[in-house]
Ligand binder design. Structure first.
Ligand code: PMP
Length: 458
C-alpha cells in the first residue's frame, strides 16, 4: 500500500521518508540515488548552530542552512515579529501606489546599511528573482540612455546566481546547463579567478590579473558597445568558495569603468556579515551600481531578497517618465520585511558582524588551516565565516581527483554520520556556519572534519 500520513498524527520517520519519496520532488537531487539511500533525512528542529533530526541525531550546521541562517536557529524575536505583522497586515502589494510600513522601514534600513549611494531597494523573494530583476534594470538603464543594443550581461564560469531561466543562464556551473535552453541569448561567461585549479605556476596575484584580463577579452569579443553589465559575487560561493586574489577586483572595476559597464555585485551569500563586514563589497573594496541581497537579510526565516540600486542608476530607470514593467506578487511582503528588519536589528544590537570580522571569522580560518597537515587537504581558503577545504591526492601538482568528487562526497557523507553538515563541491567541502558560532563549536566542526578525513585513509 502507498504510505499515507493523512490519518497519522505522529508519523514515524520511516513513513515520512516514504511519503517524501512518493510525493516530494527535491531541488538539485538525483532521486534514484535518494531512493537508494532509503530517502531523505528528516530535519525536525533547530537551535543556535544545531539541527535535530526526527531520529534524535544532533548535527552541527556547518552550512547555516544554505548559506543563510546567519543569526542561528530558534530566535523567538523573529517568530514574534512575524506573528504580530501577520495579525496586523499579513499581505498587501506595492503595485498600485500603495505601500506598507514594514516594507518602507526595511528599505530605509538597507539604504543606511549599504555603501554610499545605494539607496533604493526593489524587493523580490529569492536571489534568483532579484538577479532576474537586475538584468531588466540594467537593460532598461541602457535603453533609457539611448543605447538599446547594450543588452549583454557578462557573468563568469563557476558563478552561481540562481535557478530561474535567466539566473541559471548567469550561473557558470556546467551542470546547471544540462537542461536545454540555457543559457538564454546575450549572456556570456568570463574566466573565474580560481587560482587552485587554473593558476598553474603563476603567483595568485599574477593569476588574479590574468583572470581580470580574461574579462576584458570577453568584453572585447562581444563588443563593449553591446555590454550592459558585469555580474559577480565578491567571493564565488556555490562554485567552491573561490576567493579572488587581491589583484582581481581592482582590475575588474577598472575594466568596467573603462567601458562604462554597470557593475552588479551579487551579495546573496557575502552580504549581512559573512565576510566580516556587512557586505563583501566593503571587504573587497568594490563599488557596485546594483547589489543583490537575500539569504542572510532575513537569516532565511522567511524568503525575501532585494536589488539595491545606486542613485545614478535609479535616477535613469525609475525617476523619469514611464513605468518599470516588472515585479512579483510578493515584492516587499510585509511579514518577510518585518522579519528581515528584526534580524538586522538583532545583528546590530548584538554586534554580530563586528564579532565575525574581529574574532570568530579569523579564528575559524585559523582552526581550519590546521587541517593543512592532513595528507588529503591541498588548500584551505576563505574569508571570515565562508570557507572551502580543497581535497587532493596531489598536493604539489594540484591535479583534480579522479573521479571528480571521489574524495569530497565520501568525506561529506562521513561528516553527516559524525554529526556535521557540509556540502561537497567538486573536490572541496564548503562551509558557511551561522555567524553566532562559538569557538567551542568551531573546534568541534574542525575535529569532526578531521575524523571524517581520517576515515578515508583506511
Ligand atoms: N546568488 C548567489 C550568490 C547565491 O548563492 C544564490 C543561492 N545559493 C542565489 C543567487 C540564488 O538565490 P535563491 O536560491 O534564493 O534563488
Amino acid at each position: 500500500p502507498r504510505p499515507d500520513l493523512r490519518n497519522d498524527p505522529s508519523p514515524s520517520t520511516a513513513t515520512l521518508k516514504a511519503v517524501d519519496l512518493a510525493h516530494h520532488l527535491h531541488p538539485f537531487t538525483d532521486h534514484q540515488e535518494l531512493r537508494g539511500d532509503g530517502g531523505a533525512r528528516v530535519i525536525a528542529s533547530g537551535k543556535g548552530c544545531y539541527l535535530t533530526d526526527t531520529e534524535g541525531a544532533r548535527l552541527l550546521d556547518g552550512m547555516g542552512g544554505l548559506w543563510c541562517v546567519n543569526i542561528g536557529y530558534g530566535r523567538p524575536e523573529l517568530a514574534e515579529v512575524a506573528a504580530r505583522q501577520m495579525q496586523e497586515l499579513p499581505y498587501y502589494n506595492s503595485f498600485f501606489k500603495t505601500t506598507m510600513p514594514a516594507t518602507v522601514q526595511l528599505a530605509e534600513d538597507l539604504a543606511a546599511l549599504t555603501p554610499e549611494g545605494l539607496n533604493r531597494a526593489f524587493f523580490s523573494n529569492s536571489g534568483s528573482e532579484a538577479n532576474d530583476t537586475n538584468i531588466r534594470i540594467a537593460r532598461m538603464y541602457w535603453q533609457k540612455q539611448g543605447q538599446p543594443d547594450r543588452t549583454v550581461i557578462v557573468s563568469r564560469n563557476l558563478a552561481y546566481h540562481g535557478s530561474t531561466i535567466a539566473a541559471a543562464s548567469l550561473t557558470g556551473l556546467a551542470s546547471m546547463h544540462d537542461i536545454p535552453g540555457i543559457p538564454i541569448p546575450d549572456i556570456v561567461h568570463a574566466p573565474a579567478p580560481f587560482w587552485w585549479a587554473n593558476g598553474g605556476d603563476m603567483s595568485p596575484e599574477e593569476f588574479g590579473l590574468q583572470a581580470a584580463r580574461g574579462l576584458e577579452e570577453t568584453i572585447l569579443a562581444v563588443g563593449p558597445e553591446r555590454v550592459a553589465a558585469f555580474i559577480g559575487e565578491p567571493v564565488q560561493g556555490a562554485g567552491g568558495v573561490i576567493v579572488p586574489p587581491s589583484t582581481y577586483w581592482p582590475e575588474v572595476q577598472r575594466i568596467c569603468r573603462k567601458y562604462g559597464i554597470l557593475l552588479i555585485v551579487d551579495e546573496v551569500i557575502c552580504g549581512f556579515g559573512r565576510t566580516g563586514r556587512w557586505f563583501g563589497s566593503q571587504t573587497f573594496d568594490i563599488a557596485p551600481d546594483i547589489m543583490t541581497v537575500a539569504k542572510g537579510m532575513s537569516s532565511g526565516y522567511l524568503p525575501i531578497s532585494a536589488s539595491i540600486v545606486h542613485d545614478r542608476v535609479a535616477e535613469v530607470v525609475f525617476d523619469g517618465p514611464g513605468r518599470f514593467p516588472h515585479g512579483y506578487t510578493y515584492s516587499g511582503h510585509p511579514v518577510a520585511a518585518a522579519v528581515a528588519r528584526e534580524n538586522i536589528a538583532i545583528m546590530k544590537r548584538e554586534g554580530v558582524v563586528e564579532r565575525v570580522g574581529g574574532d570568530i571569522g579569523p579564528y575559524f580560518q585559523e582552526r581550519l588551516a590546521t587541517l593543512l597537515d592532513h595528507e588529503l587537504v591541498g588548500e584551505v581558503r576563505g574569508v571570515s565565516l565562508m570557507a572551502a577545504v580543497e581535497l587532493t591526492r596531489d598536493k604539489k601538482g594540484r591535479s583534480a581527483v579522479e573521479p571528480l568528487g571521489g574524495l569530497a562526497t565520501p568525506v561529506r557523507n562521513a561528516c553527516f554520520e559524525n554529526g556535521l553538515t557540509t556540502r561537497a563541491v567538486r573536490d572541496c567541502l564548503v562551509f558557511s556556519p551561522p555567524l553566532v558560532i562559538s569557538r567551542a563549536e568551531v573546534d568541534e566542526l574542525v575535529s569532526i572534519l578531521r575524523r571524517s578525513l581520517d576515515q578515508q585513509l583506511k
